[in-house]
Design a protein around this ligand. Structure first.
Ligand code: ADP
Length: 276
């Protein structure tokens, strides 16, 4: 049975409606509503990954607009795995991935958006952010890394920054990978139990897990205040790996299709040239 949700259905179901109150608890973490069948999710991902490759090639050739895909989510929500899956067929030419960890001393000497702006995609490129400027209103808020009033001002600053980018040829989509506390528990345990995954385990993640509710509140606020018509947030159910990847791929494909990049015609014709 073919049971794939359309891109529009996925967009509607996952969009954090700009200007609306957001209650994260109303957004499912399991994803079965979109893909009842895991095998169907895998088929959908494969097809979308190929379509994304084709669209990216057009984008690269066109060289006039760019796409920024932001992945945010609590530890183990699948930011790395989603990046790998959604862009598994994409040529590395014109693709960049930036993971944002704790800011360096050099970065801390600048305003918090400086390092973000530095790594924006060039015309023709797709850039993926694994964590982003949103950390400055997530971990920044939860761990009081800046005075409260400064953190409060950042939401508007971020909206202004993103507006500036979108007015200058960057399409932005932001995906929050939404998992349950139970799933995080299982994934952390798996990281300890499976030797090949142990390198991913960071005891510090347990400290963040203790602050689960604070992080959920911070995510809810960030999504509510910064989901805009020009740079929307989508809340992706991420407990199931296959469904999370398939949902993210639908959203990325949808953004690229809307950008509709066109292969340019430089005007040359074969009869004009003698190749020799
Ligand atoms: P990951 O956990 O994503 O695999 P890392 O182990 O490098 O990658 O962790 C990144 C860490 O950096 C996270 O704990 C995150 O909260 C932190 N971080 C990212 N951006 C900032 C920021 N602007 N300020 C403080 N901490 C940050």
């Amino acid at each position: 049975m073919f049971n794939r949700p359309s891109i529009e259905e996925i967009q509607d179901a996952t969009l954090a409606k700009p200007g609306s109150k957001i209650d994260l608890k109303e957004y499912p973490t399991h994803g079965k509503v979109f893909f009842a069948d895991k095998a169907e999710a895998k088929r959908s991902l494969k097809e979308d990954a190929l379509a994304i490759d084709e669209l990216q090639e057009r984008l690269y050739a066109e060289k006039s607009q760019s796409l920024l895909v932001v992945f945010q989510g609590i530890d183990t929500s699948g930011k790395d795995g989603t990046t790998k899956a959604v862009f598994s067929q994409t040529s590395p030419l014109g693709m960049r991935v930036h993971a944002f960890g704790k800011p360096s001393a050099n970065e801390l000497d600048r305003d918090y958006l400086w390092r973000i702006h530095r790594d924006m995609p060039r015309k023709g490129e797709i850039t993926v952010f694994n964590r982003s400027h949103y950390e400055d209103v997530l971990v920044g808020r939860v761990r009081n890394l800046a005075p409260k009033d400064q953190i409060e001002e950042r939401y508007e600053q971020i909206n202004n920054f993103e507006k500036h980018l979108t007015q200058n040829g960057v399409t932005i989509i932001k995906l929050m990978l939404h998992i349950s506390r139970e799933t995080q528990g299982e994934r952390l345990l798996e990281r300890l139990e499976v030797p090949e995954k142990r390198w991913k385990f960071n005891p510090g993640d347990l400290e963040d897990r203790k602050l689960w509710d604070d992080y959920q509140d911070a995510y809810q606020l960030a999504v509510e205040r910064c989901s805009t018509e020009y740079a929307p947030w989508y809340i992706v159910p991420s407990d199931s790996r296959a469904r999370r990847k398939a949902t993210a791929a639908r959203l990325v494909r949808g953004a690229l299709e809307k950008m509709d990049p066109k292969i340019p015609d430089p005007g040359y014709r074969p009869e004009q040239f003698d190749i020799g």
